[in-house]
Design a protein around this ligand. Sequence first.
Ligand code: FE
Length: 194
Amino acid sequence: MAEQKVLNAVTALCRLTARGDLAEPDILQDAGRIMADLVTTDDWLPDAMAQPHPEYYRQYLLYGDPLDRFSLVSFVWGPGQRTPVHDHTVWGVIAMLRGAEVEQSFSMEDDRLQAIGEEKTLRPGEVAFVSPSIGDIHRVSNYHDDKVSISIHLYGGNIGRINRHVFDPETGRRKPFVSGYSNVLVPNLWAPGV
Ligand code: FE
């Protein structure tokens, strides 16, 4: 059953985040492996969590750990959609499921945003990482102007509730934001009616 795949990933992530004895690089390595495994096939994401919105990218909560140790989110990009420049304040793993996305990383220097390196394209099966310790500011876009792309994101906290920031790319000025989730009435995959 396709749902078993995401259940297996959630079980592995529960075990990983419950350990408490691992440094962040080790957590990211293991979490990266679990997430890469999750996106080896694109046959498990329920349609309800793959729906784009005509105007905004969507963030569907697939699973939220009751102790807020991690959250698993389906990011659905409509054609041409992109995020503002933003940070996360916790570690994150991005695993590409369908289509492709483009990431530009930034650093903050002297209150100015500096682009780091070239844009990177993430393709199905590939994973990328963010965290305050390895680089936490980026802007992400759908690679495609004519179709939906979907990536599965894992964060080391309840990302929909975390206080974080968006940045003005010209001035570097930052504004607080809390992203929430697009499916507030459907808290996880196992809620009735999903
Ligand atoms: Fe991000």
